[in-house]
Design a protein around this ligand. Structure first.
Ligand code: ZN
Length: 398
């Protein structure tokens, strides 16, 4: 992609070749995304579009932001088309073909990220020649982030940079797979690591040790009890398939031998809150239990015993404003006025909290994401292309 000059021949379904190129960059979240970001930057540069790269601390990853100004050079207002460049790992999955060597079979394109969400990014980039022929009344922006799949780590840096530079788009469309239907809400996700430090001893001398696994187990049972209460008593929002906030423990490790009281135990848990709920509510309850009940008990045996928590991931909940211009625009163009709320998280909550009204609408089905043989229907890409050209029509001066 990088050294290819745009040509008229690209204009039939320019996004297909672009998508194949994007998939060939293995941007699993654990790896650098710079190869892909630089390729996109070069593509934009070939169309004389300046880009802003916002790097992570180690400069191994970057977010990319670009503005296609309106006809008199205005860069404020307008719509952001937003997507994440990272993909989930393929480890342990059985693919019928190389996940990073895309292939079209039947009416679908297969490859890691085809659906979540390089398909959308490719379609947005395919618009460049069309955009440049137009006199825009309002600017169009591209925002491509890193590390969405591991807790939305990239987008906050990008949003902070936009705020610092006073760049204020009027609305945002996040192109996560929704089968091209507007989605106006999702839950928040809050992920935590908990480290329990006990005191080891020979397992026959239980009174002189502090068993880290057992204290972790008590915390985990507390989390489960809290989750059961949420399920029983709500609050509920029936527009979600799982209509209450949920919590669960997903990973645990601890102990070194059956006959040794374990000194360390670490586990990870998450709380997925309805947009109406305080995201830290469950954490505060669990942290209070650790601090007020468990730690004093542990310290009665060993002064240095402790329980510590670290928040390791946040996805803010989304609850789009129906009256926002971007919500009305997407609803009108899709001719879809249903209230759709989904359980998976996206960066939309972050944009929305940054004061940029945001809706989710993108090609492909979430059911095809993250799994072996991830794929996107070609007709979804066509529909997305048509949709975005209609978005462009609304931004174009006539
Ligand atoms: Zn995604």
């Amino acid at each position: 992609m990088s050294d290819k000059r745009p040509t008229d021949a690209d204009e039939g379904a320019p996004y297909l070749a672009l998508l194949e190129e994007l998939i060939r960059h293995d941007t699993t979240s654990s790896r650098s995304n710079l190869g892909l970001i630089e390729a996109i930057r070069d593509r934009l540069r070939a169309h004389n579009v300046e880009t802003l790269l916002v790097y992570d601390r180690c400069r191994q990853k970057a977010n990319l932001f670009a503005t296609l100004p309106a006809m008199h050079g205005e860069t404020n207002g307008g719509v952001v088309l937003s997507g994440h460049t990272d993909v989930v790992p393929v480890t342990g999955q059985h693919w019928s073909s190389d996940p990073f060597d895309p292939v079209i079979r039947g009416d679908r394109l297969y490859g890691r990220g085809s659906c979540d969400m390089k398909g959308f990014i490719a379609v947005t980039l395919g618009l460049l020649p069309d955009i440049q022929r137009r006199a825009l009344r309002e600017p169009l922006h591209f925002a491509f982030s890193f590390d969405e799949e591991v807790g939305c780590l990239g987008a906050p840096l990008l949003l902070a940079e936009l705020a610092k530079r006073g760049i204020r788009p009027a609305g945002c469309i996040v192109g996560e797979p929704t089968s091209m239907r507007p989605v106006v809400a999702h839950k928040g996700n809050n992920a935590y690591r908990c480290c329990v430090n006990g005191k080891s001893a020979h397992s026959s001398r239980t009174p002189s040790g502090v068993n880290a696994i057992e204290y972790a187990a008590r915390l985990i049972c507390r989390i489960r009890d809290a989750a059961d209460l949420l399920r029983r008593d709500g609050p509920f929002d029936r527009a979600f398939d799982v209509p209450f906030s949920t919590a669960q423990t997903g990973m645990i490790s601890g102990g070194i031998a059956i006959n040794t009281i374990p000194e360390q135990c670490e586990f990870f848990f998450e709380y997925r809150n309805l947009p109406s709920e305080d995201p830290e509510q469950l954490f505060e309850q669990i942290a209070r239990y650790a601090r007020d009940e468990l730690e004093p008990e542990m310290r009665a045996v060993a002064d240095a015993a402790s329980i510590s928590f670290k928040k390791v991931g946040t996805t803010l909940a989304l609850d789009s404003a129906e009256e926002a211009a971007v919500t009305r625009l997407v609803r009108t163009l899709c001719n879809d006025f249903e209230t759709r709320k989904v359980t998976y998280g996206t960066e939309a909550g972050l944009f929305s909290q940054a004061g940029i009204p945001t809706v989710i609408c993108g090609p492909g089905s979430i059911d095809d994401a993250h799994k072996a043989d991830e794929s996107v229907e070609l007709s979804q890409l066509t529909e997305c292309d048509r949709f975005l050209r209609r978005v462009l029509d609304t931004l174009t001066a006539h």
